[in-house]
Design a protein around this ligand. Structure first.
Ligand SMILES: Nc1ncnc2c1ncn2[C@@H]1O[C@H](COP(=O)(O)OP(=O)(O)OP(=O)(O)O)[C@@H](O)[C@H]1O
Ligand SMILES: [Mg+2]
Length: 258
């Protein structure tokens, strides 16, 4: 891991009118580091993730990102064009529902190739070869390249969404319950796949999950949220094996085996 963070978040809060979404969140994320955000329903996980990924504007606070050229930028002061460029290239966003992150009526190959074209690749043969390579890496057979995701199972769609996001070599990937909608056996394989891709590519990731087993398997560090606040944070193994806050203890003990 590099000695300079990729993302620096300071005092981030989001209110929806008078309702609290998340409050006073601060942390740093280093290149190659996976951070899990856990907590019960309504604790503010998605709100925080959407603020970080600039899909939502926070009410106050700062999120600074170290761009590829080394320059630190306040994410909420980027122009719309800069923001879109980041989202298409340096960042990935894996939605819980693959339909939100895929184009359902174009082929699997085009879903992957499109992101390459967005970063300027215009060579059809090379785009197709890269798409085939990525379909293989997420265990989708080459002969499905011309099928639309509509014709895929839930697990295949999620794997396609992952390929689409990782093909541009992003430095940071946001994931909101990436295995949430899948049945248990499919979840386990997908988690394995995600874990090996993340470590192979040296990706930094922020993963929202209510599933502590997902946090255990994927993340180096975790933050526990309750009522919009981060109530405990630390190395994943430390938090899960030796939780300090009563709420975290309750969360951990309510799960049989993590
Ligand atoms: N668009 C919105 N308008 C008003 N309040 C909202 C909106 N989105 C979220 N909230 C509120 O913000 C709080 C945090 O919600 P959020 O969706 O971030 O929780 P979460 O931890 O992602 O929950 P879940 O696990 O159910 O997805 C909740 O009280 C919620 O009702
Ligand atoms: Mg949510």
């Amino acid at each position: 891991m590099s000695d300079e963070p990729l993302l620096r978040v300071t005092g981030l809060s989001k209110y929806y009118g008078s309702r609290l979404g998340c409050a006073d969140v601060s942390f740093e994320l280093y290149p190659g580091e996976v951070l899990a955000i856990v907590g019960e329903s309504g604790s503010g996980k998605t709100t925080l993730l959407n603020c970080l990924s600039t899909n939502l504007e926070p009410s106050s606070g700062l999120a600074e990102y170290r761009m590829r050229d080394g320059v630190w930028r306040n994410l909420y002061e980027l122009s719309e064009a800069e923001r879109r460029f980041l989202m298409r290239t340096d960042w990935g966003f894996v939605h819980q529902n693959p339909a939100d992150g895929l184009r359902m009526t174009v082929s699997a190959g085009a879903n992957v190739g499109e992101r390459l074209m967005a970063v300027g690749d215009r060579h059809y043969g090379r785009i197709r070869d890269t798409a085939i390579d990525w379909l293989g890496r997420v265990e989708i057979a080459e002969d499905r390249i011309d099928d639309q995701p509509r014709a895929f199972s839930g697990g295949m769609r999620q794997r396609l969404q992952i390929a689409r996001n990782l093909v541009t070599n992003p430095r940071l990937v946001f994931m909101d319950e990436p295995t949430g909608g899948l049945d248990v056996s499919v979840q386990a394989r997908l988690l394995d796949l995600l874990r090996s891709l993340v470590s192979e590519l040296g990706l930094a990731a922020i993963v929202v999950t209510h599933d502590l087993a997902v946090a255990r398997l994927l993340s180096h560090r975790m933050m526990v949220m309750k009522d919009g606040h981060v109530i405990e944070a630390g190395l994943t193994d430390r938090v899960l094996d030796d939780p300090r806050e009563p709420y975290t203890q309750l969360l951990v003990s309510s799960i049989l085996q993590v």
